[in-house]
Design a protein around this ligand. Structure first.
Ligand code: CA
Length: 362
């Protein structure tokens, strides 16, 4: 009875039929069927935090399933180009994919809310919205027509605003600025007079170093140092207004998902959830040490964006998001859920995390 309750509990919150108590017999049947799955990613091979996080996911699935699911990881470009991960998993070329939902705005604009919205939810809040605020159920609805089952699977935490080859003193300095910045952040830059570019991770360093772009956002100190961005531009701005806590995704081809017995479905789902925790923990720890390195580096200037620049781009952000919701009814539904959650969350954040963080300055 205890075990039954435990198994039923695994599915709570996210309406996951796979773990309903009536399937207990199936869960306990310990099926011996074996699966060889591919996992395509949008990341460079073994890239610290992101690519290695995917390796962790693959290892969790293999360990938990005692090898009944074998997972072979392919970096961006190895089996399919980075930005074709969504298509490859939809079509079943690969059973699993890992990336960020805002890369798929060309498929469905609503996808962006499940990764990051500028000035939106942080990592804690994303998890709260997805697991306990209805976000994940909406995500499944949005991806269902694409034959995909999504899971939150990693989060970098708050990012940095990015690397710039010239100082940003006012909104005017954004005019004509050619910057790698995906998603809604890119649209905001465009509205401010800049030129957003979307590049896969593997092309960012060269683009910045050769001057084919003037600026790039990527992630945060840990990942940015790994990419060598501190050797390609001088000014490192914060905060990462464009990505306050982006969720990364694991997508599963729906036919492949349906072919799994319930116990293996539970293993994939819980392995994603464990990776979600693992990745943000790693970023939190390693960002701190990489920041020490950058602080000591005289060729780098770490600067806050001026307040009026942040206020200006924040105003533009909500214009962009409201227009998106006005033209796309699916995005409008997701935005309503996201926005309601954000408004409810803010007063609590203000007197808990935000208030505690403020005491560190005392
Ligand atoms: Ca980023």
């Amino acid at each position: 009875m205890k075990r039954r309750r435990f198994i039923a509990g695994l599915g709570s919150g996210a309406a996951l039929a796979a773990c309903a108590p009536e399937t207990q017999e199936q869960i306990c049947s310990n099926s011996t069927q074996r699966f060889e799955w591919k996992l395509v990613t949008t990341w460079p091979p073994n890239f610290p935090g992101l690519g290695t996080g995917v390796n962790t996911l693959a290892r969790y699935i293999e360990e938990l399933s005692a090898g009944r699911i074998e997972v072979r990881v392919y970096a961006g470009g190895e089996l399919v180009p980075a930005f074709e991960v969504f298509d490859a998993v939809q079509q079943g070329t690969s059973e699993l994919g890992h990336g960020a939902a805002y890369y798929w705005r060309g498929k469905t604009e609503a996808a962006q809310f499940f990764a990051a919205i500028p000035f939106g939810l942080n990592a804690h809040e994303m998890n709260a919205w997805l697991y306990y605020g209805g976000g994940l159920a909406l995500w499944r609805e949005v991806y269902e027509p694409f034959n995909l089952m999504p899971f939150p699977c990693g989060n970098t935490g708050c990012q940095m605003g990015g690397w710039f080859n010239r100082p940003i003193e006012s909104m005017d300095d954004l005019k004509g600025l050619k910057m790698r910045i995906p998603g809604i952040g890119g649209e905001v830059l465009q509205r401010a007079g800049g030129i957003p570019v979307n590049l896969p991770a593997s092309e960012i360093f060269t683009a910045l170093q050769t001057g084919s772009i003037d600026a790039t956002e990527w992630v945060s100190p840990y990942n940015d140092v790994a990419m060598g961005l501190h050797q390609a531009a001088r000014y490192y701005y914060y905060p990462g207004w464009q990505e306050p806590g982006p969720t990364l995704e694991c997508i599963v081809n729906m036919d492949a998902w349906n072919s799994l017995p319930p116990d293996l479905q539970a293993i994939v789902r819980i392995a994603c959830q464990a990776t979600n925790l693992d990745m943000i923990s790693e970023f939190m720890a390693r960002n701190a040490s990489s920041l020490e390195q950058l602080t000591a580096d005289e060729s780098v200037e770490i600067r806050p964006f001026p307040e009026d620049v942040l206020a200006g781009i924040k105003a533009l952000t909500f214009e962009v998001v409201e227009e998106l919701a006005a033209r796309d009814p699916v995005a409008a539904r997701v935005w309503k859920s996201y926005q309601d959650f954000m408004q409810r969350s803010q007063p609590w954040q203000a007197i808990s995390e935000q208030a505690m963080l403020a005491t560190k300055l005392l």
